[in-house]
Write a protein that binds this ligand. Structure first.
Ligand SMILES: Nc1ncnc2c1ncn2[C@@H]1O[C@H](COP(=O)(O)OP(=O)(O)OP(=O)(O)O)[C@@H](O)[C@H]1O
Ligand SMILES: [Mg+2]
Length: 302
């Protein structure tokens, strides 16, 4: 058995300190102290384990969130729309009319893209599918990272109202409503309170240079002015993308130019994603990308 004097003889430490150590070691062999120490060690282990687990858990949460944000941002910041192998077939009684054939199309955020092609090549059909006004017969439509091919009409209508702003060749303004009321319309469908909707609509009319004609009805406005109101209506809900089907088709070239100037400003200054169908080369020349359609297919992308 080890004794205090034996250790004192072998050790370079002060004898009195070693004596204390030996007393401690000897006491540790007693049954009641052993249980106490084990209990103490167990508690310490459990506490340490809990702390380490909490730290690791927190780290994994942070890492997961970071990964999700980066991945999701990467996904949604670049690709807004992806059409995969889209076909559209109109059925007229017994006959089937294939209008879109295996169309692949991708639209990135912040892009201004022109869709060009001969009359009847399927441009408006493609745009109607992009804007959830129509469904494809086959294929997959990914919007903002989400497959929307199988959504119900009601869900599609909700996305359309929230995410898409339409501008058409013939404006489609409500004839009996003022410019202001026309611009307020999408907000009305969203349930925005009236005062807030009016404030937002006036702000949009201001942006397109139409604030001074807010109380005019469409028949008291020129074609270019009506198109500006239609653009304000498309913008008021802060959509992800503006789809414009021949927006300058009914305008003289100078007014058309002014409307195009507005689109260009919205794209360059505000980073708006815009798709414009046009027959006019001077309009497609202003877009970053030109997609050419022929006989229901995309045949060329600039
Ligand atoms: N609802 C429909 N039912 C049947 N056929 C349709 C329907 N809508 C369009 N089509 C047909 O689909 C084809 C493509 O039409 P779409 O309107 O997409 O052409 P487009 O390229 O926009 O032509 P445009 O430059 O003249 O506007 C046309 O042959 C048209 O007749
Ligand atoms: Mg068309």
């Amino acid at each position: 058995m080890i004794t205090a004097s034996a250790i004192n003889a072998l050790s370079p430490f002060k004898p009195e300190r070693l004596t204390e150590r030996v007393r401690f070691i000897s006491n540790a062999n007693k049954p009641c102290s052993s249980v106490g120490i084990r209990f103490l060690m167990l508690s310490v282990n459990i506490s340490m384990g809990t702390i380490i687990y909490a730290i690791l858990h927190k780290f994994s949460q942070i890492a997961y969130n970071l990964f999700f944000i980066l991945f999701n941002k990467g996904l949604t910041l670049s690709s807004l729309i992806k059409l995969e192998n889209i076909t559209k077939v109109y059925r007229m009684g017994e006959n089937e009319l294939p209008v879109l054939k295996n169309v692949h199309f991708q639209l990135d955020r912040g892009e201004m893209t022109a869709i060009v092609g001969m009359s009847g090549s399927g441009k408006s059909t493609l745009m109607n599918i992009l804007g959830f006004l129509d469904r494809c017969t086959e294929g997959r439509y990914i919007f903002s990272g989400r497959d929307v091919s199988y959504l119900s009409e009601l869900e599609l209508a909700a996305i359309r109202n929230q995410k898409i702003g339409f501008v058409f060749q013939s404006f489609f303004l409500l004839p009996r409503s003022t410019a202001l009321q026309n611009v307020m319309l999408p907000l009305f469908y969203r349930g925005t309170p009236r005062a807030e909707a009016e404030r937002m609509a006036r702000q949009m009319l201001e942006k397109v240079g139409m604030a001074h004609l807010a109380e005019h009805k469409p028949n008291q406005l020129s074609g270019g002015q009506q198109q500006r109101v239609a653009i304000a209506r498309a913008l008021v809900g802060d959509p992800e993308v503006i789809l414009a089907d021949e927006p300058t088709g009914a305008l003289d070239s100078q007014t058309g130019d002014e409307v195009m100037e507005l689109f260009t400003t919205l794209n360059r200054k505000e980073g708006r994603t815009i798709v414009i169908i046009t027959h006019d080369k001077s309009i497609s020349a202003r877009c970053q990308r030109v997609v050419m359609m022929k006989d229901g297919r995309i045949v060329d992308v600039d």
